[in-house]
Design a protein around this ligand. Structure first.
Ligand code: PTJ
Length: 254
């Protein structure tokens, strides 16, 4: 479907089309379309733009990825459909490995996602033939690579389910999440929860990484001083302020 650029919700409609196409191509699972709907509801409440606390978390995410010894970006079906190019660009900027890790795992879908990432410019993608397991996880999401997620010190997990975030934190890793729901288990458990829309968050993290690349000391300082609790409070305050504003506008209109 051709979406007119003048449509007030153009960006959101383009994301929907990408996901539906991803589903047709066997990259996205139907559950992924439901997940996007949930994300959209939160994005609507947040004003469909990056809130200030998310910018702070995105800068901290960039700092952690840049100063990591073994950073890994985990990719699932939705992420591949929405932001393959952006993920590849970020991986290059912060020298991270990319690993396909799926909740609804089939080997055929892993192979299709790897192909999509390669077409977007990735050279070396982990995912097929996993050789390790994340301890304490029953689902097929536990399957991973010893050279990738298993031994990573910093893992970026966009659009995640809470179980794996908890398991990765238990393994002692710094976990960066991207999830529009500030109340999800993922956002509550991640070391750096980024509450922003994926296709805005990944380029923002990349932009901050480019800025910080020349000053590792500053990157280390930002990573060290990020205050997770304070940032989460600021996100909820922002949401409450938005809702109050919407209510005031409704009252003015009568
Ligand atoms: O490809 P697979 O098999 O690994 O499956 C991927 C999905 C997304 C289906 C799977 O990870 C899943 O079921 O995720 P959940 O538990 O529904 O969580 C997804 C979270 O991402 C929800 O909290 C949504 O609010 C959030 N979300 C959805 N779309 C976006 C988003 N956050 C940021 N940007 C989005 N575009």
């Amino acid at each position: 479907m051709k979406i007119p650029k003048s449509h007030p919700r153009y960006a959101s409609l383009v994301r929907r089309e990408k996901l539906v196409q991803g589903w047709r191509d066997g990259i996205v699972v139907p559950e992924g379309l439901i997940a996007q709907g949930r994300g959209e509801a939160f994005d609507y409440l947040l004003g469909e733009e990056t809130p200030a606390p998310a910018l702070v978390a995105e800068k901290a995410a960039a700092a952690h990825l840049l100063t990591a010894d073994r950073p890994v970006i985990s990719v699932n079906g939705n992420v591949a459909a929405l932001a393959s190019k952006e993920v590849v660009r970020l991986a290059r900027t912060v020298s991270a490995r990319i690993e396909v890790n799926l909740f609804h795992r089939t080997e055929a879908r892993v192979a299709r996602i790897v192909k999509k990432l390669r077409a977007a410019g990735a050279r070396d993608v982990l995912g097929p033939r996993p050789d390790a397991r994340i301890p304490g996880l029953e689902s097929r999401r536990a399957l991973c690579h010893r050279d990738g997620i298993y031994s990573a010190d910093v893992v970026l997990v966009p659009l995640e389910d809470g179980d794996r975030t908890e398991a990765l934190v238990r393994m002692g890793k710094t976990v960066i999440s991207v999830d529009l729901n500030p109340l999800s288990r993922t956002s509550q458990r991640a070391s750096v929860p980024v509450v922003d829309e994926l296709t805005r968050a990944i380029p923002n993290i990349e932009k901050f990484a480019r800025e910080l690349r020349a000053d590792r000391q500053e990157a280390r300082r930002i990573a060290r001083t990020f205050h997770r609790g304070g940032n989460q409070r600021a996100t909820l305050d922002y949401l409450a302020w938005r809702l109050k504003g919407l209510e005031a506008r409704r009252k003015r209109r009568g």
